[in-house]
Every structure is written in structure tokens, then in C-alpha cells.
Design a protein around this ligand. Structure first.
Ligand SMILES: [Mn+2]
Ligand SMILES: [Zn+2]
Length: 245
């Protein structure tokens, strides 16, 4: 298979505003993390961009901001794969009604959506979250690895829980769930800290939030080739003093 390069992000939380490490502020209409993503795409030239949930901070984000964000992601070139998260549930108040447009692949199925991308030899699966509760299992119900010449990428938004029996958190993801995907890469969201949760042969990461968590944020750069998945951070460069626009 042709090698491919992914750029994986999650927990962008647009519409929520957030402080900077040195006391500045990003406003509610801030696009700084998205501008950082665009800058990274321009230099890194990935084949696929993946947003693994919580692109938006809440479901009351202004329509114009939602439209601008979806438009900018749609025209990124490469294709952008979107999964929603618990902050931007795909339910009756979903913000993703306008996500069906060229350049975007929104994984909208509450039982999972499988998509074979047009412009890259990649098949991707993810399960849209319509309710964030203990019974929602982001990585349960993953289909068999497609039997064709494509890299197999699974996307999920939820809480990694090594001891499922002893836990209580919503949308749990067990190590066995990750292993069972048999994926070349599992792109996770929900944790704001970049974290490796790989199991055996299955490479799985939380990308972390681009605005960081007490430190500067990053995106996850993933190369898939015959040697497997090579994962590295790439800095998300946001203005330290807060919003510029
Ligand atoms: Mn989340
Ligand atoms: Zn900002």
C-alpha cells in the first residue's frame, strides 16, 4: 500500500474561549486553534486530517461560527474526517447538520459509519455519540478490517479505562476494544493530554488538545507505511497573548 500521512487532532473546543498559560484569553469566537491547524496542514501536507471529537465546545455555538469552521475544514485539502464528541453531541441539537459537504467526511452513524476515502487509500470508521453515558462504547461494533488495499483507521471519542469492571466514567474505551479494532491507527479524543494507549500491534493515541493543558498544545502526526505507524507531535502554535483577530 502507498504510505499515507495523517494529521490527528481533537478537543479543539471552538466556541468556548479559553485562557492562555500566561494569563491571556482566547475569546468565544476564537479560531486560533483552527488557524494553527491550517498552518500545520500547509507545512506538513498530510493526506488526511482527522478531528476526533469536541471540535465545538457546546451546542449553542453561533451558526455563523459553525459554518465558517466547517467551510474552512472543507477547503483544507486534504479531506477532513470528523467525529463528534460529548461537547458537540450528534443528537436533535447537533451542530453537524451542515457537515455534509465536499471535503468533509462526517461519521454520523450512532451505530458507526464506515467510509472509504476517495483521495487516499484509507478506510475509516467511527461511531457518532448521541448521548454521553456509561453504556456508550465508542469502539464497540467496529466492523472487520476491510478486505482491500487500504489503511484501516478507527476514530473514537471517550475515556480510556484499563479496568472496565471497576470504572464508572461515561463513554469508556477498554484496551481490549482498542486491540479488537485490528486497526493500523486508532485516533482518539476526549483527553486533553497527548497520550499513547497502544495495545500490542494496534497503535492508538489521544492527540491532546491543540490549546494544550497547562502547556503548549500539539497535533499528532502519523505516518503509515510498511514499517507500521510512526507517531510524532507537531506543535500547535497559538498566540501566547491570546486572540489576535
Ligand atoms: Mn470530550
Ligand atoms: Zn484565540
Amino acid at each position: 500500500m502507498e504510505p499515507v500521512r495523517l494529521l490527528h487532532t481533537s478537543d479543539v473546543h471552538l466556541g468556548g474561549g479559553f485562557p492562555t498559560p500566561d494569563g491571556g484569553a482566547h475569546r468565544d469566537d476564537c479560531l486560533c486553534p483552527l488557524l494553527a491547524l491550517e498552518a500545520t496542514v500547509a507545512t506538513d501536507r498530510p493526506d488526511v486530517v482527522i478531528v476526533a471529537g469536541d471540535l465545538f465546545d457546546h451546542q449553542r455555538v453561533d451558526d455563523d461560527l459553525v459554518d465558517e469552521v466547517l467551510h474552512r475544514l472543507a477547503v483544507l485539502h486534504p479531506v477532513c474526517v470528523l467525529l463528534n464528541g460529548n461537547h458537540d453531541l450528534h443528537d436533535g441539537r447537533s451542530l453537524y447538520g451542515a457537515a455534509g459537504r465536499p471535503g468533509l467526511v462526517f461519521l454520523d452513524g450512532s451505530a458507526g459509519s464506515l467510509a472509504a476515502l476517495d483521495d487516499a487509500p484509507v478506510a475509516v470508521w467511527g461511531r457518532a455519540m448521541d448521548d454521553h453515558h456509561r453504556g456508550f462504547r465508542p469502539l464497540v461494533g467496529v466492523p472487520e478490517r476491510p478486505d482491500d488495499d487500504r489503511w484501516w483507521v478507527v476514530v473514537g471519542h471517550g475515556h480510556h479505562e484499563p479496568d472496565l469492571a471497576g470504572g464508572h466514567r461515561s463513554s469508556p474505551i477498554a484496551p481490549d476494544d482498542i486491540a479488537a479494532t485490528a486497526a493500523d491507527y486508532v485516533a482518539l479524543g476526549h483527553w486533553h493530554v497527548r497520550t499513547d494507549v497502544s495495545v500490542g500491534d494496534v497503535t492508538a493515541w489521544y492527540s491532546g488538545a491543540p490549546h494544550g493543558y497547562g502547556a503548549s498544545g500539539s497535533f499528532n502526526r502519523v505516518g503509515l507505511d510498511a514499517g507500521g505507524a510512526a507517531v510524532a507531535p507537531v506543535d500547535a502554535v497559538l498566540p501566547a497573548e491570546g486572540c489576535r483577530r
